[in-house]
Design a protein around this ligand. Sequence first.
Ligand code: ARG
Length: 458
Amino acid sequence: MKLWGGRFQKTTDRLVEDFHSSISFDQRLYKQDIRGSIAHATMLGKVGVITEEEAKQIVTGLRQVLDEIEQGKVAFDIAAEDIHMNVEQLLTDKIGAVGKKLHTARSRNDQVAVDVRMYLKDEMNEIQALLKDLVETLLNLAEQHTLTVMPGYTHLQRAQPITLAHHLVAYTQMFMRDIERLADCYKRTNVLPLGSGALAGTTFPLDREYTAELLGFAQVSDNSLDAVSDRDFAVEFCAAASLIMMHLSRFCEEIILWATGEFAFIDLDDAYSTGSSIMPQKKNPDVAELIRGKTGRVYGSLIGLLTMLKGLPMAYNKDMQEDKEALFAAVDTVKGCLLVFRPMIATMTIHKENMAKAARGGFTNATDVADYLAKKGVPFREAHEIVGKAVFYCLQQGKALEELTLEEYKELSQVFDQDVYAAIGVEYCAAARKVRGGPAPEAVKQAIARTRERLGCC
Ligand code: ARG
C-alpha cells in the first residue's frame, strides 16, 4: 500500500513504479535514515507532540528495524519507493499504529536532506583520514630523499635540478589543500535541515536545536525553502573530490612515466602492477592508469550535479533524487583510489642513480651558469645570452657544461674563473636553492616540518 495513496483512484503504472523508485541505491542511507528518525521521534516526545511513551515505542521499533537490516533479514520493497518510506513501513509493520505518528511534522524532503548530510559528513571524515595517511607517507619518503637529485621539468623538458624530496613535498601541499577544503565543506554540510517540513516549516512546536544536538549538527538552518532545496554541499564535495582526483591523476601520470624503461626512475612493486596476456616481458602500471582514468567519473558527478540543479525552481523537485548516485560514485571512487594509491607509492623502488644521471644531462645547470655570471656583475639578460651560446657549443662538441675547459669558458666570457665548476655541479645547484620553498635540503626539511605541523592542526 502506498503511504500517500489516499488521493489516488488508480495504482501506479508498473513502469513508473520502477522508474521513480530510488530504493535500489538509497538503501545505502538506512543507518542515517533510522538515526534521523530516532532523533526526530525523541524530540517530538520531548516537546509533547507525541507522548514520551509513544516516542519510546517508536525508538525501540526503529532500533529493531536497524538490527534486522544489518542482519540481512529485510527485503526492501520497490513499491515503497525509497529508504524513508521503506523504514517507516517496516516500523509500522513491527509496532502498529503508533509507527504512523513518526512522520508528524516532517517530510521526506527534509528527511532526505538530513540523511545525505549525515552520510557525507561521515564519508568526508574517512576521506580526510585517508588523505592524512597519504601525506604522512609522502613526508616520510621525502625525509629519506632530501639529497636524491633529479631533474625538475617544465614542458616535460629537463629544466633545473631539484630533489625527489622537493618533488614529493609538492604533492603534499596539494593534498593538504584537499584536506583543508574538505574541512571547509564539512562546515557547510554540518547544518541541520530537519524541521523544514516539505518546504514551509511546520505548525508544530519543534525543538530543532535539540534535534541538532542529538544528531551532532553544529548549526540549524534558517530558511525552510533553502534547507530542502540546497545541495550546494554535495556540489562542493564533488568539486573537492574532483581536485583530489586531479592531484592523484597528475601524480599517476608521473609514476607511469617514471616507470618506463626510458625514464627508469622507479620500479613499481609486483603487487601493484600487472602483466600482459600476450607479451611476457610486460609489467604495466595499471593501478596508476586506472586512477587517472577514474578521475573522469568524479568530474562527471560534479558536472552532473551542477546540471541537474541549474534549472530547478524552489523548493524540492524530484530531479534532486538524482543527487545520490552521483554523490555515491564520487565518494566510492575517491576512497577506492586513495586506498590503493598510498601503498603503491610506499612500496615502489626508487632508482636514485638514474635520477641523478638524468639531472646531469639536459643542461639542467644552465641557469646556474648564468646565475654565476650575474653574481659577478654581468646583467642577467647578457649572462643568459652567453650561456645560450655555451649550450649551443656544448651540443656541437657533445659535452656537458661542467666538461668545458676554463679556456673554452674564457672564450665565451672573461668573467668565468676556476670557481665556476664548484657552482654548477647538479648536487650543488639543488643545494644552493636555499630560498624558502626551494629544493635545498634545509629548505625542504623546514617545509616538511611545517607541513607536519599543518597536518597536526586538521
Ligand atoms: N527519494 C526522494 C529523493 O531521494 C526522497 C524525497 C522525495 N520527496 C518527494 N516529495 N517526492 O529525493
